[in-house]
Design a protein around this ligand. Structure first.
Ligand SMILES: [Zn+2]
Length: 98
């Protein structure tokens, strides 16, 4: 596992809670694929990147903080989901504009 964290926001399949965030690490192989994708698309703007297909899709077992059900989430990862990534044109992931 690499040391970089990514924030994911899947919806709970049972209670449909959609405002939960998990920080996940990628496996070395997933990180390598994401880095490769980033390199290939580095000339593109962040907005374009976010509207494109995700660089990778990961599967993680998660436990819902609301109803407690454990579920397997399949989520796309964009480099912009890395914790600490931010851009002046975007509101940081997980934060709200006042
Ligand atoms: Zn739930």
């Amino acid at each position: 596992m690499s040391g970089r964290l990514y924030q994911i926001n899947p919806i709970c399949p049972q209670c449909k809670e959609e405002h939960m965030w998990w920080n996940v690490r990628l496996t070395d192989e997933e990180q390598k694929k994401l880095d490769h994708h980033t390199e290939v698309h580095k000339a593109e703007s962040e907005l374009y990147s976010l509207l494109s297909e995700p660089a990778i899709i990961i599967t993680r077992k998660l436990k819902c903080g609301e109803c407690g059900v454990e579920f397997e989430a399949r989520v796309g990862i964009w480099k912009e989901m890395e914790v600490g990534w931010h851009h002046p044109d975007f509101v940081d992931v997980g934060t709200h504009m006042l």
